[in-house]
Write a protein that binds this ligand. Sequence first.
Ligand SMILES: Cc1cc2nc3c(=O)[nH]c(=O)nc-3n(C[C@H](O)[C@H](O)[C@H](O)COP(=O)(O)OP(=O)(O)OC[C@H]3O[C@@H](n4cnc5c(N)ncnc54)[C@H](O)[C@@H]3O)c2cc1C
Length: 389
Amino acid sequence: MIVNHLPSHVGIAIVGGGPVGALVAERLQAAGHSVLAIEAKLTAPTDPRALALSWASRETLMRGGLWDDALAPTAIERVRVSQAGTLGRTELSAEELGLPVLGFVVGYDKLAALALEQLKSGKVPLALGYSVTDIRRLERYAEITLAGPAGETAITADLVILADGGKLVGLLDDITQTVKPYQQHAILARITPSQPHRGIAYERFADDGPLALLPSGDDFNLVWTQTPEQAQERQALSDEAFLAAVEARFAGRVAGFTRVGERASWPLALKTLDSVVGRRVALIGNAAQTLHPVAGQGLNLGLRDAETLADLLAGVPGNRVGEAATLARYAKLRSRDAGRVTAFTDSLIHLFESPNPLLKHVRSLGLALLDHVGPLRRGFARRMVYGAR
Ligand SMILES: Cc1cc2nc3c(=O)[nH]c(=O)nc-3n(C[C@H](O)[C@H](O)[C@H](O)COP(=O)(O)OP(=O)(O)OC[C@H]3O[C@@H](n4cnc5c(N)ncnc54)[C@H](O)[C@@H]3O)c2cc1C
């Protein structure tokens, strides 16, 4: 519900109306808290990202009213992981976990549009077109400066939840962010397979960088990680040469491709914080951690941040939501899952980027072990679906 007049004080101000911010806002409003969602953009952006969301994330989004047919989700039934130049491979399947499917692929732009639409038409008061430019934290409340249609204005809140994708963390003097650029770019493109994909997603560790193929409608969404120089060269290739390069890296494990759409390139970095809470502030989603997309875990993790915080605050009286003890509890609840998934994603990059032949052998053995030891494989798949709780 778009508000025309901003309140001077709210219980919880949520900065960012993306998928994570919208989820926490919906859940906290439903729990009876006084909330205000603040979103800078009037409409959702066009964005080439395709998101692999786990079965558990779909359930989470459903609980927040953020799942409907408009997302046009494509089911992921199996994930095939393999390494080029070795026999190492494994397959994760929905049947093994007793689930109908492992997850779904949805377009980021569709999910962002649904999140914004939900905020505009639902019960959560929404300051639309307002960009937060400053956050001052005092002992008993925080003061937020917003730039919007009516110029600059300030409101106060007992608690500020930052779900802004990580843009404002530099304003927080009690939280330090570490940025580790990977010196890698991801090329994103929609490619059409010559045979139906049958709900199979692929993760291929090629010698010059990992590639993921996510089933999306009748096509695949490609996420191909490489150096910035390679990304520049490959973006300039003809469609035929580009498809041949992708096909070569799959070495017959995928039938082939007939068409490639527009290609986009995305710089990759790992961003972590020394704490996801500070005075009168809690961070969720990409504001709390930004991961490499290799394992498709960023939003899955962010949704678990949002759900954990919403569940916790649902049981806390309005006048205590911003207290240090409440926020410390949230940080503690998230530390294991966020720490493990972040470390796992980061280690995948380093483990698979090394050209050392011995390491290549070890990696191949690791995949073979996952393939042959059922409990190990199921434990791994469960962690990809539910996180490391
Ligand atoms: C190439 C690529 C592929 C990926 N693939 C996957 C995948 O397969 N699976 C997966 O789980 N994750 C994936 N991710 C990660 C995923 O995209 C992010 O984790 C997710 O989009 C983060 O959502 P968010 O709501 O935290 O932030 P965002 O989506 O960035 O939303 C932030 C919102 O805050 C608003 N905002 C920002 N600043 C302000 C301000 N000052 N005032 C008011 N509003 C503001 C923005 O307008 C925006 O609406 C991928 C990422 C990349 C780059």
